[in-house]
Ligand binder design. Sequence first.
Ligand SMILES: *[C@@H]1O[C@H](CO)[C@@H](O)[C@H](O)[C@H]1NC(C)=O
Ligand SMILES: *[C@@H]1O[C@H](CO)[C@@H](O)[C@H](O)[C@H]1NC(C)=O
Ligand SMILES: *[C@@H]1O[C@H](CO)[C@@H](O)[C@H](O)[C@H]1NC(C)=O
Ligand SMILES: *[C@@H]1O[C@H](CO)[C@@H](O)[C@H](O)[C@H]1NC(C)=O
Ligand SMILES: *[C@@H]1O[C@H](CO)[C@@H](O)[C@H](O)[C@H]1NC(C)=O
Length: 463
Amino acid sequence: MAAPLLLSTIILALVVVASSTHGTMANGVFQVRRKFHIVDGVYKGSDIGALQTHDENRHRRRNLMAAELPLGGFNIPYGTGLYYTDIGIGTPAVKYYVQLDTGSKAFWVNGISCKQCPHESDILRKLTFYDPRSSVSSKEVKCDDTICTSRPPCNMTLRCPYITGYADGGLTMGILFTDLLHYHQLYGNGQTQPTSTSVTFGCGLQQSGSLNNSAVAIDGIIGFGNSNQTALSQLAAAGKTKKIFSHCLDSTNGGGIFAIGEVVEPKVKTTPIVKNNEVYHLVNLKSINVAGTTLQLPANIFGTTKTKGTFIDSGSTLVYLPEIIYSELILAVFAKHPDITMGAMYNFQCFHFLGSVDDKFPKITFHFENDLTLDVYPYDYLLEYEGNQYCFGFQDAGIHGYKDMIILGDMVISNKVVVYDMEKQAIGWTEHNCSSSIKIKDEKTGATYTVQADNISSGWRIQ
Ligand SMILES: *[C@@H]1O[C@H](CO)[C@@H](O)[C@H](O)[C@H]1NC(C)=O
Ligand SMILES: *[C@@H]1O[C@H](CO)[C@@H](O)[C@H](O)[C@H]1NC(C)=O
Ligand SMILES: *[C@@H]1O[C@H](CO)[C@@H](O)[C@H](O)[C@H]1NC(C)=O
Ligand SMILES: *[C@@H]1O[C@H](CO)[C@@H](O)[C@H](O)[C@H]1NC(C)=O
Ligand SMILES: *[C@@H]1O[C@H](CO)[C@@H](O)[C@H](O)[C@H]1NC(C)=O
């Protein structure tokens, strides 16, 4: 994240099918951007380090997260997501760019009275601050509102406070407000209209650490973690959406779709989410195959405990594996290429190769509970950074201080529709052309609407 900023080359659209009638099921649309620069599927040389710097920040955060900060309410630490989207808040609506993060649950934006907040950012230039007085629909959460369950306790000075800590030392604190969240709903094939729902979110009054760094500052963060305290859960509780979302990230064209609602096409096979954690989308990985041969690994290597497990994370760019898996994997992948000499670049193992890597390197298959598989091709895991120069995209989690977690990031979940079904506590995927379309169900009418990657309204309009 601290990388030289390669701005928003990937535009995704977050689509939520919605019905405007109060109290009925709906979905919605946001436009999502990605911070790293990928041209024709090729990571530009200088970006290789950037990918890693980004992920390193996330993982430092996550390490501390395991320590579980004893905070309540909106207080769950997170990891920085790669994607951000514009949303509208208030009446009249004001536009904010918030990070989309599947590894956290809090939703907050900077508040107007924030004294110690960056006011400019290399990503957004000028930041936008939430001003309750200029929104007629704004309501401060009161101490006796049931939603105010926060610690430190509510009092006249703090009102209803939230504190969210981050593992890299980043911290945001402020008070809770309720206001209208604006997004787009789909009401026909490729047709959207604006809608809004009242949600409670944090209004930041003080940012510190990484959140107080103008190089990477954004207006706020919206968490899509596996928790019942997310903005998505609030939309669901209001009867506005199902607790299902999906993304389809196109690593070649840099486009894609991010949708809330039930995907009816393509059909996706799922694996259960292992629920032993407040936020992550953890799954049961069973084995890893390289060119059809199963890697020989210790029996307990894939178990899920407080400190280990496998999670699907759209907010990480790469894939992090425990040292023992990493070494077996790299041996197997390069088994047929004893002539290749590896050179280290940042924390990558890189090499020179003439010819088509797709023909000469094996497919890697991850096997999950319920017979769900994840195929990873050479063009996914061999990052080309200059002509004929490639880096092995898998990372040894140990050198990143992240020993036992298996983090499956964008590198292996792009070019697939990935569905997060929090209602059934299942996650699944299927290979898909993310520059094409998907079909989403309107819960109210039962109709299914096509959402095309290159034809989604870019969010909502500012009045
Ligand atoms: C409100 O709570 C904060 C933190 O617990 C405390 O420092 C402050 O003194 C309290 N104020 C009042 C008026 O109780
Ligand atoms: C998007 O799709 C709608 C409905 O099919 C169509 O009316 C509109 O012209 C399309 N927009 C673009 C930019 O292709
Ligand atoms: C935020 O950064 C500014 C400028 O670097 C600094 O003056 C301020 O003390 C920082 N605030 C916090 C809470 O870290
Ligand atoms: C949220 O989840 C917690 C822990 O899983 C549970 O105790 C609580 O009842 C849930 N709340 C709602 C509103 O579903
Ligand atoms: C993916 O879909 C787009 C849009 O329909 C199409 O132009 C492109 O050729 C497709 N790519 C592949 C590899 O099929």
